[in-house]
Design a protein around this ligand. Sequence first.
Ligand SMILES: [Zn+2]
Length: 240
Amino acid sequence: MQVESSLLVETPELMAARIFRELKPRTDLPVIRVEFRAFTNLSSRIRLRDGRIIIRISDLLRDAPEPVIEALIGILIAKLYRRPIPAEHQVRYREFVNGETIRQELSEVRQTRGRKQLESPGGLHFDLDEVFDTVNAEHFGGTISRPRLGWSRQRARTLLGQYDPHHHTIVLSRVLDHARVPRVVVDFVMYHEMLHIQIPVEQRGSRRSIHPPEFRAAERRFPAYAEVKAFLKRLHGVLR
Ligand SMILES: [Zn+2]
């Protein structure tokens, strides 16, 4: 008799079912679905919907050893039912995700997956590479390391600028790449986002302040601050 090798491997669904039965032996086994998703991090999710358990795991863990997947599923199911997380599972999972291989893979994936969202820095009216260089020279003495720069694909009206520390990327809304927008406004939005590179997020207890007092003070040092703020207010623009 021939036994297919795939039958010797316990699928994530079967693993989850086994773990569920151990945890809740008197409850009917629900339908359990395990999906691997292209996340840019290792965060996994579990939820119970219409009596079905759906588990989503980063596809970075698709080739992880079975005991690691089992540990992760064990952790998620314990969390779902608010049970203590088995220490053995915790340790096994942590050791794996803190290992060198997975960290390297993660950083590569972040770079390539993060790259999709933005378009080239050369706009119709303003070139973000040139804007960055000018603002860097004028306001930071050239000390800010160059992030990836790009105009947003959508002409977002409210969120005008954003710095993503994860990908070291500054994105400005394409709505600013317009003849009616004064250059000083584009400079200021860039300046604001560059301040995020210089001034880290402040953690006060459980609260995170992305614009701590030190940040606001630096922002006010921008020469045309009042005019620019007035212009942005008319646009109802927000900067992150
Ligand atoms: Zn900001």
